[in-house]
Design a protein around this ligand. Structure first.
Ligand SMILES: [Zn+2]
Length: 260
């Protein structure tokens, strides 16, 4: 005999109770599954950077997309200390999350061009170092943080090579370069797509981050966001995903070079 809930009512009392329990367990499993699904959906749509990711795809796929969001190299927003280090759209910012357990510790600026054509320049005066095995990266020591005078910080630039590791860093700064003084605005190289895996390159962009000093004159591990600083006040833009969850940052105050 069929009951209203579709379960077969058994004649034996004991079996009927087991059937009722199975239904509760089934409902529980469905509920847990639905919650996991909802959680994953919320993670995918609500995590910081999800909306920015869609714009990044546009910029990579169709050159010229979102021209209104492009920032020019050398641009200074308001009286921020740093100038913009390349040309492009700021696709990902400090604190964005691309996958569970990963937090982005810098800025990703996408040119929407081929590799090796979009210039990367120094955002601030500093001393440039390129370790002997660095194909696509360089770092610049700033002896005195313009926002915290007396504190030493480091500016890290990467993805300046093609997918095979052919470097786009200018010849003035070969591997092994150490402590060469460079003025803000100096050409460092060109945006590339180097990821370390030739079969799986990144979209053409510059990754830029502000890295803490270890107190003994060396830069800390850049891959951990705890070793980096929020770049927002250095560029005068909303570059922290904790407060800017889904907008592409642009300069919202007069651009100019009024203060150096
Ligand atoms: Zn990045």
């Amino acid at each position: 005999m069929q009951t209203h809930d579709g379960f077969t009512r058994k004649k034996l009392h004991g079996q009927y109770i087991i059937t009722r329990m199975s239904r509760r367990i089934l409902l529980f499993i469905i509920l847990v599954g639905a919650l996991i699904g909802l959680g994953y959906y919320l993670y995918r749509t609500m995590r910081p950077g999800a909306t920015r990711g869609l714009v990044v795809w546009d910029v990579i796929r169709s050159p010229g997309a979102h021209a209104d969001l492009v920032i020019e190299p050398g641009a200074r927003c308001g009286n921020a200390p740093f100038i913009f280090p390349t040309r492009g759209v700021i696709g990902f910012i400090w604190g964005d999350s691309f996958r569970p357990g990963h937090i982005h510790q810098g800025l990703d600026i996408f040119a929407g061009t081929d590799v090796g054509v979009t210039p990367v320049i120094a955002a601030y005066d500093g001393y440039l170092t390129r370790l002997p095995d660095w194909k696509s990266s360089l770092i610049m020591r700033i002896p005195s943080d313009p926002l915290r005078p007396g504190r030493q910080i480091w500016l890290y630039y990467t993805h300046l090579a093609d997918s095979n590791g052919n470097s786009f860093i200018v010849p003035n700064f070969p591997p092994g370069t150490s402590e060469v003084f460079v003025k803000a605005g100096t050409l460092l190289g060109y945006q590339g797509n180097y990821s370390g895996d030739p079969g799986n390159p990144v979209g053409v962009h510059l990754h830029f981050s502000i890295v803490a000093d270890d107190g003994m004159g060396r830069f800390k591990n850049e891959l951990d966001i705890d070793n980096t600083y929020d770049p927002s006040p250095y560029f005068g833009m909303a570059l922290n995903a904790a407060t800017n969850r889904d907008k592409i940052p642009i300069c919202e105050q007069p651009q100019g070079g009024a203060s150096q």
